[in-house]
Write a protein that binds this ligand. Structure first.
Ligand code: HEC
Length: 255
């Protein structure tokens, strides 16, 4: 045996060196563990963190929200605005209150009556109102388009019914405007005669509001017809009809 190995002093120092080294490493590991910890990693911890963030936002929002005193000033101001606001036109059928004047008005119109045909007809001047001479002149030039099918004197022909003596021409203005803007097809009765033209009447929406009002005024006051004039604003109110499918007699208000 090596005598130096068995030296008690050497054994004593070696023991303490080993112990010291062990503790030094333990301290280093503990330090690394303590100072290098990562934030929440498990799904539960991550979810909890999201909740804390939302909680923070809610607390902040509640802090920023109106105080009771603010409501005291805001409500009268809002009430004033509400009282001053005008009622908004009903846009969807389900908004109409059953039995209300609006419901009754809509029931009087055909289902596919466009943008408020009865509102348009309400604007028609009283019976006996004479048409403006300049409007009649303009209407006469515009009528060339119609004459191609309906005849020079609105007498009708092989491809179109008569306009002379037609109850449609003398009837509601919204019908006439809509016929011109959307066209008309299918069986039709005019002045007691049944017609069914294969091609129907194509939409003729290319004229201005003034031109359409003038030609319809002209037709209503020529060939023996006599009815109040048609106004450009009435045509304008029905412009949204352009581009919709051609009308059938059932889509019109009975003259
Ligand atoms: C391409 C031919 C054609 C042209 C152009 C035409 N129409 Fe018609 N129109 C018809 C036909 C066809 C009917 C019948 C539709 C049906 O069968 O449902 C008709 C029906 C009508 C009716 C309802 C029925 C009646 O006789 O009263 C009016 C009103 C009318 N047209 C006005 C006009 C006016 C106004 C113009 C000119 C801006 C015009 N049309 C241009 C072919 C035409």
């Amino acid at each position: 045996m090596d005598p130096t190995r068995d030296n008690p002093i050497l054994r004593f120092t070696a023991f303490w060196w080993a112990l010291g080294t062990f503790f030094a490493i333990a301290v280093v590991i503990a330090a690394i563990y303590l100072f290098d910890r990562q934030p929440a990693e498990t799904p539960e911890e991550a979810a909890a963190e999201a909740r804390y963030k939302i909680r923070e936002q809610v607390d902040q929002a509640q802090k920023d929200a109106l105080a009771a005193a603010d409501f005291a000033t805001a409500i009268p101001a809002m009430a004033k605005q509400l009282a001053a606001s005008k009622p908004v036109a009903v846009e969807k059928p389900e908004q109409v209150v059953p039995g209300s004047p609006t419901a009754e008005k809509l029931a009087a119109e055909p289902a596919d009556s466009g943008a408020g045909a009865t509102d348009v007809d309400a604007l028609t001047p009283a019976a006996g109102t004479a048409p403006d001479a300049a409007v009649m002149e303009l209407g006469k030039t515009q009528f060339l388009t119609c004459a191609a099918c309906h005849g020079q004197n609105g007498e009708g022909g092989p491809i179109a019914p008569p306009l002379a003596g037609s109850e449609w021409v003398a009837g509601p203005v919204s019908n006439l405007i809509r016929i011109q803007l959307r066209g008309l097809e299918g069986p039709l009765t005019v002045a007691g005669k049944d017609y069914n033209f294969a091609a129907g009447m194509t939409p003729l929406a290319f004229q201005t509001d003034e031109q359409i009002a003038a030609v319809l005024t002209y037709v209503r006051n020529s060939f023996g017809n006599s009815a109040p004039p048609v106004l450009p604003e009435q045509v304008k109110m029905l412009r949204s009809e352009v581009g919709k499918p051609m009308l059938k007699a059932d889509d019109l208000i009975k003259p």
